[in-house]
Design a protein around this ligand. Structure first.
Ligand code: GTP
Length: 359
């Protein structure tokens, strides 16, 4: 459908990203650096690769940041427009709110925090074949309990839509990408918060609308938590996940040309080192993400963790499965493990936080 019939793309980017705090205190989640570019760039490149050029961003939280960076989209070969909610309208309300900007009869809608490899032309083709009102991209996951589960019948028609449940009847989950007939969007109530998952989809099913699932086995990851963000970023660096926004070179690390890496530092596991960041001698970075200007001093270890803009990790400190906020200063020999989150600007003195008693 995409190349011959016009389709609009809508990306919902208005969420507060609370699960990724404190990183999302200063930047909205879709703008966090991911393998060298703001996360949203990967999704926009996929949209472009599918032959879609008109993109509307539904913004709310830190709305201005998106337009400052992407402008009219021409650098990416896109035409990007912005619609801002003064009060967040939720996922369904956000879709309804961009209606005045939509031009095509069919609209592909994305959550702005999903890293995926699905060819968008396939879900659009499936939507056309089924003459669907709505087509949901579904993926199969090992543990569906944290997601919206979607059961389908033998023809792929959606039977039930269940938000997070402890006893999921299927391993098919809502992958956060939908194709809507424009007329369905027109029916979403305007001017109030609406959840597409809890309100729009259940009511479409209750009304007997043609809602279909498109299931595929491509790469998929919701980047909403630190664990997933670290994992997804490493997958992009190592080529496990593909993105048209990255060139073909993949390896154990991605280092910005302006970063400084001292001799003897080890960078593995899909580590990313941002612009102006510094890594000291003998430091070990395994699946680490260093935002621009971050510093890891000599002999420190950073594993599966994110180090925010301008933050510093002191000599021989250990940071594992942690998030270090922008500008934080972690003293020498500190140990930050297992989900620790340090708020922006916080300074920990040398040896000030330990999990062990040796010095
Ligand atoms: P958490 O607070 O960590 O759950 O993150 P979030 O606020 O991003 O929520 P969630 O991950 O459930 O949102 C899924 C997608 O919808 C993300 O891309 C959000 O940016 C987007 N989104 C969530 N709420 C709104 C909203 O009220 N308006 C708009 N325009 N987008 C939203």
């Amino acid at each position: 459908m995409a190349s011959d019939t016009p389709v609009d793309a809508v990306v919902l980017v208005g969420g507060k990203g609370t699960r990724l705090r404190p990183l999302t205190l200063s930047a909205p989640k879709p703008m966090l650096p991911t393998a060298g570019v703001p996360f949203l760039t990967h999704l926009l490149a996929r949209i472009k690769a599918a032959g879609i050029t008109h993109v509307v961003l539904g913004t709310s939280f830190k709305a201005e940041v998106f337009e400052e960076y992407f402008g009219d989209g021409s650098d990416l070969g896109l035409e990007i427009e912005y619609v801002t909610e003064t009060e967040p309208l939720g996922t369904g309300g956000g879709i309804r709110n961009v209606l005045p900007k939509l031009r095509a009869d069919n609209v592909i809608v994305f959550n702005g925090d999903v890293l995926g490899g699905m060819d968008l032309r396939d879900v659009l083709a499936s939507h056309t074949e089924h003459e669907a009102d709505v087509t949901l991209h579904l993926v199969r996951v090992g543990d569906p309990r944290a997601f919206g589960c979607v059961t389908t019948d033998g023809d792929g028609r959606v039977a039930d839509f269940l938000e997070k449940t402890q006893d999921p009847p299927t391993d098919q989950i809502n992958a956060g990408c939908y194709v809507f007939k424009r007329e369905i969007i027109e029916k979403i109530p305007a001017g109030r918060p609406v959840s597409v998952e809890r309100e729009v989809f259940p009511s479409l099913l209750a009304d007997g609308r043609r809602v279909f699932g498109f299931v595929d086995n491509s790469y998929w990851r919701d980047m909403g938590t630190p664990e997933d963000f670290v994992h997804g970023s490493a997958d992009l660096v190592r080529g496990v996940a593909q993105s048209p926004a990255l060139d073909g070179q993949r390896g154990e690390s991605l280092v910005h040309p302006g970063a400084g890496i001292a001799p003897g530092a080890v960078l593995i596991g899909g580590t990313v080192v941002g612009r102006g960041a510094e890594v000291g001698a003998g430091a070990r970075l395994d699946g680490a993400i260093l935002f621009d200007g971050a510093v890891v001093e000599a002999g420190a270890t950073v594993e599966r963790s994110i180090v925010g803009f301008g933050a510093r990790i002191g000599p021989r400190a250990l940071v594992r499965d942690a998030v270090i906020g922008d500008g934080a200063d972690i003293g020498a020999r500190c140990e930050l493990l297992r989900g620790a989150r340090v708020w922006p600007g916080v300074a920990l003195p040398d040896g000030g936080v330990r999990f062990s008693t040796d010095v």
